[in-house]
Design a protein around this ligand. Sequence first.
Ligand code: HEC
Length: 155
Amino acid sequence: MTAFVKAKCNQCHVVAGHGVNLGPDLLESVKKLKGHKLLQQIIEPSSEINEKFRNTQFITDEGRVIIGVIMKEDDKAYHIATNLLNPKSLTVLPKKQIDEMIVSKVSPMPVGLINVLTQDEILDLHAFLESGGKHLPEHMKHHHGEIHDQHTPPK
Ligand code: HEC
């Protein structure tokens, strides 16, 4: 859990109720991703991109390239997060300026996030995810439904 927060994973993923869901729910992901495949997705997010969370690449009529996640769309414009680590900063691109719009082959998940972790922390993170986020530190256990029954409230 500590490694999950230290590497900023919780800024985009929810595990056992902790984090923000700008990316897939990793409890769902680890049902199909195990061992080496799981690690590969963390080290090279673009090696396989989850269908529901893709970047869009826009080319404007002036040849400007904007790559990001569409956070909002209205009649006149797309509101695009070009950096998911800063999802509140949106680029508003008027639709009439768009020349081309394609699905990007680059994942919205940044690379190199686990570079701040030690080898032990990476192993912990991996074990934490594979276990379905159930091995939470004691003080965090009581917040969530799934593991609620294990918790005895103080008398
Ligand atoms: C800035 C946002 C962001 C951060 C931070 C982030 N991720 Fe992601 N992650 C995403 C997005 C968006 C996707 C979906 C696109 C893809 O599959 O590459 C994703 C995909 C994944 C996947 C593949 C899931 C699937 O269903 O295919 C795994 C595993 C994953 N992230 C783990 C992590 C871990 C572990 C960390 C912390 C080291 C982390 N992520 C940090 C945004 C983020």
